[in-house]
Design a binder for this molecule. Structure first.
Ligand code: S3P
Length: 225
């Protein structure tokens, strides 16, 4: 489906500026010596990876993604936020275009954004994005490190209810459970899976930071966890 894009192609300064401007934790890239964005062991010609968080609604992708990016002093981008900025709220999009219309827009934005992201960046995807084979292909093409935040059904159901956030696919509890069970095997195709059921975000954050370090991304303080 053709959608009007705010991003000029190919990725120009405008795209990067828009992403930095709107990401909640826009990094002061000007203040971070470039070498600190890379692990000392990383070969100079291998770019730090793009860290992509996937998982069911309520898994904590956006919340923990922001914290992770803050620790790594890199940009955080939430695909749904980028979509909503251009097209209006996700629930309104579901109402006006249906789920298939939303998926087309989601794919279009992922396709536009991926080539524009500096490495490292933490990118959080909406819960259904990784289910689309075309999106998985895009992520593979951009050598993204895909990290599945794996929370139990009970945990995500409670978090969804407590969040007060409108989620079109979470209205019917029975459908929600079916969707959860249907999707989990696909989420497990991610490169890395981390348990995200715990109540303490700091534990998940510590695991993510260790993983990021292993993948060659470390924050400016170089704190070892
Ligand atoms: C969806 C999850 C939502 C949002 C949309 C569809 C899904 O994002 O993309 O409502 O299909 O699971 P969150 O996972 O951030 O809630």
């Amino acid at each position: 489906m053709p959608t009007r894009s705010p991003y000029p192609l190919p990725c120009g300064r405008d795209v990067i500026a828009a992403i930095f401007f709107h990401s909640t934790l826009a990094p002061r890239a000007d203040l971070i010596p470039p070498l600190l964005l890379q692990s000392p062991s990383m070969p100079r010609d291998s770019p730090a990876p793009l860290l992509v968080l996937i998982g069911f609604m309520g898994a904590g992708k956006s919340t923990i993604g922001r914290l992770l990016a803050l620790q790594l002093a890199c940009p955080f981008v939430d695909l749904d936020v980028e979509i909503a900025r251009t097209h209006g709220s996700i629930p309104d999009l579901f109402s006006s275009r249906g789920e298939s219309g939303f998926r087309a827009i989601e794919h279009h934005h992922l396709d536009l954004i991926l080539p524009c992201l500096p490495h490292p960046t933490v990118l959080a995807l909406g819960g259904g994005a990784f289910l689309q084979p075309a999106n998985r292909e895009l992520l593979a093409r951009h050598s993204a490190a895909v990290i599945f935040l794996d929370a139990s059904y009970e945990v995500v159901r409670t978090r969804i209810a407590d969040s007060g956030q409108q989620r079109p696919l979470a209205r019917d509890p029975e459908q929600l459970r079916k969707l959860f069970e249907l999707r989990r095997p696909t989420y497990l195709l991610a490169h890395h899976t981390l348990d995200a059921s715990g109540n303490e975000p700091s534990e998940l954050l510590a695991s993510l930071l260790r993983l990021a370090n292993r993948l060659g991304v470390s924050g400016p303080t170089r704190d070892k966890l």
